[in-house]
Design a protein around this ligand. Sequence first.
Ligand SMILES: Cc1cc2nc3c(=O)[nH]c(=O)nc-3n(C[C@H](O)[C@H](O)[C@H](O)COP(=O)(O)OP(=O)(O)OC[C@H]3O[C@@H](n4cnc5c(N)ncnc54)[C@H](O)[C@@H]3O)c2cc1C
Length: 471
Amino acid sequence: MDLFLIGIVFIVVVLLLIIVLGLTSSEKEGNIKDFPSKYPEQKTAEKEHYDVAIVGAGPSGSVCGYYLGKAGWKCLLLEKKKFPRDKYCGDAVCKTGIEILMDMGIYDQLIKQNKAHVSDNGGMCSPGGLSFIGRSQEGFGPVPAALACKRIHLDEAIAMAAKRAGADLREECSVDEAIFDKNKGLWTVTLDNSDTRFTARVLVCADGAQSRLATKLGLVTRPPDSTCSRSYVEGGTHKFKADGVIFYNKTLLPGYSALFRHPNDVLNYCCYIIPGNPEVKGEDLAHWHEWLKTNDPNIKRALGPDHKIERMKAASLRIGGEKVSYGDHVIVIGDAAGMIDPMTGEGIHHAMEAGQIAAQFLQEVLLHGNYDSDVMKIFHQRWMSKFGYDFWWSMIFAQLVFRFPILIDAATAAVKRKGDKFLLKWADIMTGRVPKLHMLKPEFTIVITYELVRLIIGKLFRFGGKDKKEE
Ligand SMILES: Cc1cc2nc3c(=O)[nH]c(=O)nc-3n(C[C@H](O)[C@H](O)[C@H](O)COP(=O)(O)OP(=O)(O)OC[C@H]3O[C@@H](n4cnc5c(N)ncnc54)[C@H](O)[C@@H]3O)c2cc1C
């Protein structure tokens, strides 16, 4: 009982600290107009240089290119691969990303072509063995909570939309370096194995988690810090009935594994290693990917004895947001700037939202004509206010669930008690639709604390600690 009290006091102190620090951590946004105009740009294709050169046509770069192209700016979008190209991912796109797909006119196309599957049945399995699968579509109105779309389809659709909107998409153009001429206020971008050169007023580094360009420019100074796996499971060979389930296995916390359903009954099985657990190292991803598949009873049951699964693929995650995502005439967006939530490992919707925020911001600076570092910092302040400060809370909550896995049991029990609507609200928090601090609202704290106490008493007196499982 003493340990329990110490635990509760610890949680309360941490949460109070979080609130005090959080309230003082945000920064007031600057005003572009406070800076002198140096090189204002006109919307004309006649000039030799591009207004903006974007390096990387993943979700962040292509969304940015789409909105700049649509607004009539001369925008270059350089991609080292040729579409359609794969990208190792869990393929789950959250509501914010879906809204942007709808705004770009791609959503219906992906559904009609049977390239995306809307997730309706979803839920979670807790470390203590509780589980809940609920329905989401009815409560969410016209925009679904999530969908699964293979990146080979999603990224091509977004890049082609950017091209149609007017961005000059150049595939198989691997950027080697970018050199800034301070006198002219222009970048010269060079490619690997090519003499072709491009000049641009502003550079956008959207080249993914490795962030090679921003690292070369000295803006990003650390390597990626996490890793994640993916394996597709052949349709018709597994037993999984839901659309998406998160499996919190105690040994992997704060990381987790997940199954997401694609069209044609195909599944994506992935495993996220998230920093914070000294026993779980990124280099052991292959072990965890395999171990969970064969030892976690829920995953094992969902996959069934006859499932056919592809070889594990893996890629890095850069999570929690970089401290600096700007410099003279340059910004960094998406994974390159670490825009991945440290609690979920998800970043597609943040990458897309950052692309949108960047395009809006760049239009303002292009019209005004000042691209100094102090002005570009305003972009950093904008995305930090929109979702970046929330990453900080995610890190704290990730640590809390690692130290007290029973918190996820309690949250799962609360979702079971309250049903689908509660699950939708929970999903909004987990996917960054609303700040993580909403977890501290009475509607969550009361029911979760109630379940927490119930579980602890159940454990102490050895009753009710393990609820009946729902399939
Ligand atoms: C295994 C795994 C599972 C994941 N699961 C999910 C999930 O289910 N849901 C979710 O929301 N997020 C998930 N994520 C994160 C998600 O993949 C990223 O947040 C998202 O891809 C970020 O988009 P981006 O455009 O910033 O970068 P990327 O998608 O990495 O795109 C970068 C682009 O830049 C190009 N490029 C790189 N270098 C150069 C160069 N020198 N010159 C030209 N082009 C270049 C690349 O070819 C690529 O096309 C997962 C990540 C991993 C690794």
